[in-house]
Each structure stands twice: as C-alpha cells, then as structure tokens.
Write a protein that binds this ligand. Structure first.
Ligand SMILES: [Zn+2]
Length: 236
C-alpha cells in the first residue's frame, strides 16, 4: 500500500493518523519547511490540507507527478465518502488500522453501525483480482465488511478478470441468460467511482447511482447479490 506521504526522515505516514490539533500544527510546519513532508507517490514536496468535509489529506506542493491523477482521484473519492457518511451521522474515520502480525489491514474509510464493522476501500491503482480477494478475506477474518470503490482504469482490468474466470469456471464457456452480470460477482462488491460526475457517480455493473444512495444502502444493509448481480433491495 502506498503511504499518503513520508516524513523528512522517510517514515511512511497517513493523513488520518493525526488528530485535528496535530494536523494544524504540522500544516504550518509543511508550509515553512520544504523538507517536512514528501508525497507518497513521487516524494516531491507535500503540503497538508483539510477539505471542507473535514478530511485531512496531503497534496503536491507544486508540480504534479505522473501518478497525480490517481492521487487526486483518491482524495476526491475519500472526501465524497467521508462527507456523505458524516452527513448520515455514522462517524467515519480515515486510515483506520486493524488486524495483527502479518495479517494487518488499514481501511481508507471505516465506520461502525451497531455490531457491524464496515470498511470502504478506494482503489486508485491497478490490482490483481487475487489481491482484491485476499484483502476482502482478510477483512472478513476480522468481521469487517468491505466495499470497494475503484477508478475506471482499475475497473477495466478487474471486470475483464472476473468475466474470464466466471465464463470458464461457472458458465462452462456458454453465454449466460440475459440479466447475469458476469463481469461482477458475489465475492465482493465494487463500484466504479467518478467523483467528477454529479448525480450518478458510482457505476455498478447493471445500474448507476450516486455515492449517497450507495452508502445509504450499505448503512441500511440493503445492498445484496441477488443471484445475478448486485442490487439494492430493502431487507424486510
Ligand atoms: Zn506525486
């Protein structure tokens, strides 16, 4: 996992690990000293910022690097999720660590509802299907539900990998009946997030909704695999 930034002595850090007071103090430091923090992506100078939703994040001081679109997507996405969850009153936190030993995880956004523990992962860079599965299973070992929001570029590869696997292993290379979304599957939910779209910014194979609607359905436990695709169906 790419850290948000590095300190002057190359310690990896995440914006979510600091309290508001610490963040404000470090913010001043990052403006005064060009060497206080470096970006996790390219080690160029980083400055500390706080979004209008209260999300703390590191940003490039000047020149953006080749991975800047990924970083920008990650921050914008986290901010949308963080803002919506705040609005819903579920007390989200960012960069929450858990697990033990080699089996550690760090959730981009984490919150709890009663007994339920929920992680929202925002996947900015390409990741193998087996790594999605491994990380999902790791969360499951700790009783955490994980939902993925991914970049379009990440999705292209994931959709293809899932489709190839299911076409061969489940459908015996026969085209499934209408309604089956074979480029998605029950093992984990993912939606393609485009923070720049206004109303329908999350595309799930089969339907498009806003991140507000998606997060509300997760909170209400209404997001389920219906046998053919993910769908939002109220739990009665
Ligand atoms: Zn960078």
């Amino acid at each position: 996992m790419i850290p948000d930034a590095f300190t002057h002595d190359d310690q990896p850090v995440f914006a979510g690990q600091y309290t508001n007071a610490e963040w404000d103090a470090l913010k001043a430091q990052s403006l005064e000293s060009p060497f206080a923090f470096k970006m996790g992506c390219c080690k160029s100078r980083a400055v500390l910022k706080t979004s209008s939703n209260g999300l703390q994040f590191f940003a490039h001081y000047s020149d953006e690097c080749a991975t800047a679109p990924e970083t920008a997507w990650h921050i914008a996405g986290k901010d949308l999720v963080f803002g919506a969850l705040n609005l819903f009153g579920v007390n989200p936190r960012s960069e929450v660590p858990g697990g033990t030993g080699r089996d550690r995880w760090k959730a981009d956004i984490y919150f709890e509802i009663g007994e339920r523990k929920i992680a929202i992962e925002l996947q900015r860079s390409t990741q193998h299907l087996k790594d999605f599965v491994a990380r999902q299973e790791r969360y499951a070992r700790y009783g955490v539900e994980c939902y993925w929001l991914i970049r379009y570029e990440v999705a292209m590869r994931l959709l293809n990998a899932i489709m190839k696997k299911r076409f061969k292993e489940e459908f015996n290379r026969v085209v499934p009946p209408l309604g089956y979304m074979i480029n998605t599957w029950p093992n984990f939910y993912f939606g393609i997030l485009n923070p720049e779209n206004d109303s329908t910014n999350v595309v799930t194979p089969g339907f498009a909704i806003s991140h507000f609607e998606l997060l509300a359905s997760i909170i209400n436990n209404d997001l389920h695999w219906n046998g053919m695709q993910w769908s939002i169906t109220p739990n009665l």
